[in-house]
Ligand binder design. Structure first.
Ligand SMILES: *Cc1c(COP(=O)(O)O)cnc(C)c1O
Length: 389
């Protein structure tokens, strides 16, 4: 579905994605898993996955079976790892769609094995180890070590589970404090000890051991093992992106819909949080918090115009927001404004909003059409609103 009006849109630069993939591949000489959960962090999982497939990536990861089936139904044939839990009622679909399921604990492994026993079907799985994220996975620390290793070994011996890989997730790999470095090192050492112990008992090696998320790809080359697993870096954001030569993939843009000149002393938008201190040329932009322009940014950020940065003023509303164009004489009705992207850093905006760039791209909502750009041309445009099927 195409969008009919020029309102607010997100440009997804597939050339930037290609640049980022190649830059990361220069650094990392292992298999490459691209994390495309949450609709590829808001960029569009189908288009991003198609591009990654074309570039030769090895694996994709999503959070749920629904996200995985969406990719399969749209022709993506690469291996896909589901990072979250899948109910046992869905095991048939896991097999039918050739999906790789994460095994996070004994109870789940037994459920899958019971569904599959007495069939000749085998479910491909990766085992998750909880080395300190304290979320999903087999606990293997301290007194739990032997127990954890034994539990993982049991799964390796199940007839109907095909254990291809094992992984863990770092909690602080993107933090360069001494405490975080020690924590990450502890997580990695523990993960390696677990792998070694299980492989000894099992008398086989895991084909794919992986743990490096964005922070680890940037900071800890020793953790690359058989495969890396970045999300954020692929999309070109975060404090490491620039040094690594990565480019932001998404640009969120809008176009000025109305311009008015207000005298000094005029209150702008809900609550009158901004009062003009001079004659002010105010532009109205058809973008608000329902599009993903966070209300917490009200009166706090500058946006990029063709005449340089301009201040957002007044409360950001659900569907609209205002900008001070007094010093931007060339900006007129229909002029493009970049909320974030190549000329207005999402990382700075995220900091002002007291959040992380992940949250800003993930919250670009479904009414914002995505325009996909390749070789400087729009090759695809998609609006995610529901229409009768
Ligand atoms: C989301 C996620 C990643 C990717 O994290 P980034 O910080 O975006 O690189 C990697 N592994 C797991 C298990 C995840 O949930």
């Amino acid at each position: 579905m195409k969008s009919t009006l020029r309102r607010t849109w997100a440009e997804i630069d597939l050339d930037a994605l290609e640049n980022n993939y190649y830059k990361l591949k220069q650094r990392v000489h292992t298999k490459f898993l691209g994390v495309v959960k949450a609709d590829a962090y808001g960029h569009g999982a189908i288009q991003v996955s198609q591009k990654l497939a074309q570039l030769g990536a090895d694996y994709l990861a999503v959070s749920s079976i629904d996200e995985a089936m969406e990719l399969r139904e749209n022709g993506i044939e690469m291996p896909i790892l589901i990072l979250g839990h899948t109910p046992k009622e869905q095991v048939d679909n896991l097999i039918k769609y050739h999906l790789t399921q994460t095994i996070t604990c004994k109870a789940k492994a037994i459920e899958y094995e019971e569904v599959l026993k007495d069939t000749n079907k085998r479910l491909k799985v990766h085992i998750k180890v909880d080395t300190g994220m304290s979320r999903l996975g087999y606990l293997c620390d301290d007194e739990g070590f032997d127990n954890g290793v034994e539990g993982i070994y049991e799964v390796c011996c199940f007839d109907n589970l095909d254990v291809e890989g094992i992984f863990t997730h770092f909690a602080m790999s993107d933090d360069d404090s001494d405490k975080a470095k020690a924590y990450t090192k502890h997580q990695f050492d523990l993960f390696q000890r677990v792998c070694t112990e299980v492989e000894k008992k099992w008398d086989q090696s895991f084909k794919i051991k992986h743990c490096a998320n964005t922070g680890a790809v940037a900071n800890y080359p020793e953790t690359y093992l058989d495969m890396v697993r970045p999300g954020l870096l692929l999309y070109g954001y975060g404090e490491y992106a620039q040094d690594l030569g990565l480019l932001p993939v998404m640009s969120l843009k809008t176009a000025i819909s109305t311009i008015k000149i207000y005298p000094k002393g005029t209150s702008i938008s809900y609550g009158g949080t901004y009062v003009t201190d001079k004659t002010t040329r105010v532009g109205v932009m058809p973008i608000g918090y329902a599009d993903g322009f966070q209300r917490i940014l009200s009166n706090k950020c500058t946006l990029m115009t063709e005449d340089g940065p301009a201040r957002q003023i007044g409360r950001i509303c659900m569907d609209m927001s205002m900008i001070d164009l007094t010093d931007c004489p060339n900006v007129d009705i229909n002029s493009e404004i970049e909320i974030f992207g190549k000329h207005n850093s999402i990382d700075e905006l995220a900091q002002i909003a007291q959040t992380i760039p992940y949250e800003l791209t993930c919250s670009v909502s479904k009414r914002v059409p995505r325009k996909y750009i390749e070789n400087n041309q729009i090759i695809d445009e998609e609006l995610l609103l529901r229409f009768p099927r």
